[in-house]
Structures are given as structure tokens and as C-alpha cells.
Design a protein. Structure first.
Length: 515
């Protein structure tokens, strides 16, 4: 029989006790009482927080939205078909968040930040919460740096600045998304990160937007967040918040980003659907009472930060779709009151061939000339007024122009030519110096004696002519960003030279003039 040494046993036991670690995992769990239409009611999560991420079986997550005495109402995200009554649910203790970082640039993601472009996983070490408090008054500075959209009628009359919230509003199919795409294309080579958030759009439409951005080389500075029409209301509801959280990463890292929410009408509808399913009391048009707060807390996160915080900016361009041009409906008036101005697109203008169909009368930028370079302010200062007077006169002139005096007829002719040069083809954003030149030409009566039909040709031929013969003028405008006496004299000299050449081509082509 082997000798049992007490001290050896004691030593072994002591080692075992020293190495023993007591780990106790405490999880707060609840049970699904009912589930349906993307909404789950859960019993037992007494300490659950509003907006907390809740973990369901089969890797499905939800957000706690309704906190009641005996149950929690949560919206389910992702594929929730497997969730059933009686399932165990866990609290995560985290607020819903999305991955953010430079790895997002050039990618297409869903509302949870998961890649959906078949280009592999996204390298991201940081996450931002979907809901964050907007920067306070002290943390901001006034909007004063321009964002050039490349669209003449917008940059001249309704300028957008970094940190601004400018609404794009109009009926369906009259060019709201076209303005967004042109603005993204115009940022090539710049320092602005563009985040396009598609809410409730057809998949084919989103695919077309991505294809356009890829073809024009604009995906290199763009991120697409897509919650298409085929996805649940809960995914459509969180999509703009996810896009905003991604944009805030760039704003907070001293850079500049712009978010396009296309469109917030469908976002409000998805929120209405969720709220009614959660049995929240309906208000006007069955929208919940806090639908106004829904959009204000999203759009208020757009800001130009002060210099101490790095002077980064996040700009927001939300889109609202109206029914038959009714901008006094519930959601349009809500969003108009939150934003710093609106670009109103009109179906009548679109159908009469004026594209982009911007109504310069109703459209407004509450930042005004602060978001323009000095050269643009100098040439476009009277443009709005000229167009407003032209519209008033045109209404009278419908009854016949024979009785009108010479000055009125000249004003009408001038207005027609201004309308003509504000037309612009899609996917052809213009540099700001070219915009300044053509508006300068129109304002200084260089187009007044040309046939209206020749104005567009005048414009298209002017740019290569100036680029070839007067490139110093473009360089000077680009650097000085202002029309001083030298630039003005040089511009007049260039336009005089081009006008002479252009007039000879008109004379030699009478067929064009007749057309």
C-alpha cells in the first residue's frame, strides 16, 4: 500500500483552490409573448432601456421601442421568420449601433451596416450609435463654406453650404434623385464624402443609381445605404439613422460629409406602420404624434462644428415626395419647417422642357449668399429678381405681346434667354467658374440679340473656347473666387471675341436659325 503523504495532498489542494476562478454569467432574459408583422411583445425584461438592442434566437436582433408596465414592444431587424412565441430573449445592454470608418467608402451596405455588394467584409473597428444627441448651439459655427452641386440654377439662386439642411421637394419622376446624382458626381476630386441613403426605393432604381455612380467614377468617395421596398418597415425606419451615424464619423474626424435621404416620405410611412403595430395612438393622417420629432432629431445632427472640435461638417439633403405639388400637406410642411430652405421641383416646368425643373419663386436657401463664392454673388445677385419679374410678365404676355412697350418686350426676351441657359443636361455638372461665366454673359446682355434656340449652343461652344484661348481667366476665377476689375475686363474681352465668332456661324447656318 502506497504511503499517502498529507503535505503533498495539501499542496495539490492548495494549488487547485488558488487556480479556481468563479465565473458567474448573469443575463437578464425574457420570453416572447406574441410575434407578428415584424413586432415582438416580450415579458420579463423589466430593466430594458428605450432603444436597446435585444438578442433573439437565430442571430436576430430587435430594438426596444415601447416600454410598458408588464411587457416590452420591440421591432425585429433582419430575417425574423424563425422567431416564435415562447422563445427566450436576452438583453444586450447596448444601444443599437452600426459599423463606421474609412472602410465604408465605396461600399453598398444595408441599414445594419452589413455589406450587400459582394465585395467581402468591411474592415471596421468602430461603431456609432444610431441615435445620438445633435451638437449643441455652442459646438456649431455658421454655415459659410459652399458645396458646389454643379447645377447652375441651384448654385446661383439656392446655394447649399457645408453643415446646411436643404430639402429637395417635388412630385415623383421629376428629377429629385437626378439632382442628388449630379451633386455626387460634382464632388469628384474633392474632400466631401457622399452618403446616399435609399429608403423604400425599388431595387432596380437603387441598382441603377449605383451603376451610374460606378460608371462615372464617383463610388470612390461615396457610400450607399439601402433599405429597399422589399425590406421590412423596421429596416426602412433605421436606414437614415444608420446613414447619419456613418456621416457623423467623418464629421467628428475633422472631415466633411453629406447625407442624401431619398426619401423621408417613405421613412415617415414606415414609422407610421411600426407605430400602429405597436398600438401607439394615431394622430393626423394616422401618423403618430412624434413623427415631427422623428425627422427633427435626424436632421438636427447635420452641423458645421466649431474650430475647437475640428471644424468638420455634416450636410443633409433630405427628399420629400409630394402628391400633385401639394407642399402644404402634413409631412412636407413638417420637414420644410425643420430645414434651412427647400429646392422645389415643379411638374409643369419639367413637362415644358425646363430641366432641372427648379421653381425659383418657391425655392429658397435660408443661408443665402453666405454659401456662395464672391464671384457667384456678384453675377447672380439679380438673377432671382430678373426671373421673378419675367414670370410675372410672361403671365400677362400670354394674351399677346403686340401692345407691350419696348422695355417690357426686352425684359421678356431677356427672361426667355435666362430660362434657356439655366437648363442643364443630366450627368453634366459644371465647374463653378464656367457657371459664373455663362451667368455673367446672360446678365451683361451678350445673349439678348441671339435667337432663343441658339442660347444652349452658345453655352456649349463657349466653354471649350474659353478653356483654349483664355485659360488664365478660368485660373484667376478659381483662385481669387471673385470678379475684380481685371477679371471683369478679361471676361468681357473673351465674350466679345467669342460672340463675333459665334455670330458668323449663325449667319452661315440659316437653317438652324429657322429651326
Amino acid at each position: 500500500m502506497a504511503n499517502i503523504k498529507a503535505d503533498e495532498i495539501t499542496k495539490i489542494l492548495r494549488e487547485q483552490i488558488e487556480n479556481y476562478q468563479q465565473t458567474l454569467a448573469v443575463e437578464e432574459v425574457g420570453t416572447v409573448i406574441s410575434v407578428g408583422d415584424g413586432i415582438a411583445r416580450i415579458h420579463g425584461l423589466d430593466k430594458c432601456m428605450a432603444g436597446e438592442m435585444i438578442e433573439f434566437p437565430h442571430d436576430v436582433f430587435g430594438i426596444a421601442l415601447n416600454l410598458e408596465e408588464d411587457q416590452v414592444g420591440a421591432v425585429l431587424l433582419g430575417d425574423y421568420a424563425e422567431i416564435k412565441e415562447g422563445d427566450t430573449v436576452k438583453r444586450t445592454g447596448k444601444i443599437m449601433s452600426v459599423p463606421v470608418g474609412d472602410g465604408m467608402i465605396g461600399r453598398v451596405v444595408d441599414a445594419l451596416g452589413n455589406p450587400i455588394d459582394d465585395k467581402g467584409p468591411i474592415q471596421s473597428s468602430q461603431r456609432n450609435p444610431l441615435e445620438r444627441l445633435a451638437p449643441g448651439v455652442v459646438a456649431r459655427q455658421p454655415v459659410r463654406e459652399p458645396i458646389q452641386t454643379g447645377i447652375k440654377s441651384i448654385d446661383a439662386m439656392i446655394p447649399i453650404g457645408r453643415g446646411q439642411r436643404e430639402l429637395i421637394i417635388g412630385d415623383r419622376q421629376i428629377g429629385k434623385t437626378a439632382i442628388i446624382i449630379d451633386t455626387i458626381l460634382n464632388q469628384r476630386g474633392g474632400d466631401l464624402i457622399c452618403i446616399y441613403c435609399a429608403i423604400g426605393q425599388k431595387r432596380s432604381t437603387v441598382a441603377q443609381v449605383i451603376k451610374t455612380l460606378t460608371d462615372f467614377g464617383a463610388m470612390e468617395h461615396s457610400i450607399v445605404v439601402a433599405a429597399t421596398a422589399s425590406e421590412s418597415a423596421s429596416m426602412q425606419y433605421i436606414a437614415p439613422f444608420a446613414a447619419c451615424a456613418i456621416g457623423e464619423y467623418f464629421r467628428d474626424s475633422k472631415r466633411h460629409a453629406i447625407c442624401f435621404y431619398d426619401d423621408l416620405s417613405k421613412h415617415a410611412q414606415s414609422y407610421r406602420e411600426i407605430s400602429l403595430l405597436l398600438r401607439r395612438p394615431p394622430g393626423r393622417e394616422a401618423f403618430p404624434g412624434d413623427v415631427f420629432f422623428l425627422h427633427s432629431r435626424l436632421l438636427e445632427r447635420a452641423a458645421k462644428l466649431n474650430d475647437e472640435l475640428g471644424a468638420g461638417s455634416l450636410t443633409a439633403l433630405p427628399v420629400i415626395e409630394t402628391q400633385a405639388g401639394d407642399i402644404s400637406a402634413y409631412i412636407p410642411t413638417n420637414v420644410i419647417s425643420i430645414t434651412d430652405g427647400q429646392i422645389f421641383l415643379e411638374a409643369d416646368l419639367f413637362n415644358s422642357g425646363i430641366r432641372p425643373a427648379v421653381n425659383a419663386g418657391i425655392s429658397v436657401s435660408r443661408v443665402g449668399g453666405n454659401a456662395q463664392i464672391k464671384a457667384m454673388r456678384q453675377v447672380a445677385g439679380t438673377l432671382r429678381l430678373d426671373l421673378a419679374q419675367y414670370r410675372d410678365l410672361a403671365a400677362f404676355a400670354q394674351f399677346g405681346t403686340e401692345q407691350l412697350d419696348k422695355a417690357t418686350q426686352a425684359q421678356l426676351a431677356r427672361g426667355q434667354r435666362l430660362m434657356e441657359i439655366l437648363k442643364q443636361d443630366q450627368y453634366q455638372p459644371l465647374s463653378v467658374e464656367n457657371q459664373v461665366l455663362i451667368i455673367f454673359a446672360a446678365s451683361n446682355k451678350y445673349l439678348d440679340d441671339l435667337p432663343v434656340g441658339e442660347c444652349r449652343r452658345f453655352e456649349t461652344e463657349l466653354y471649350p473656347f474659353i478653356e483654349t484661348n483664355y485659360s488664365g481667366l478660368l485660373k484667376s476665377l478659381r483662385e481669387k473666387k471673385a470678379f475684380d476689375d481685371t477679371n471683369r475686363a478679361e471676361a468681357k474681352k473673351a465674350l466679345d471675341a467669342f460672340k463675333e465668332r459665334f455670330k458668323t456661324t449663325i449667319k452661315s447656318a440659316p437653317a438652324t436659325q429657322a429651326k
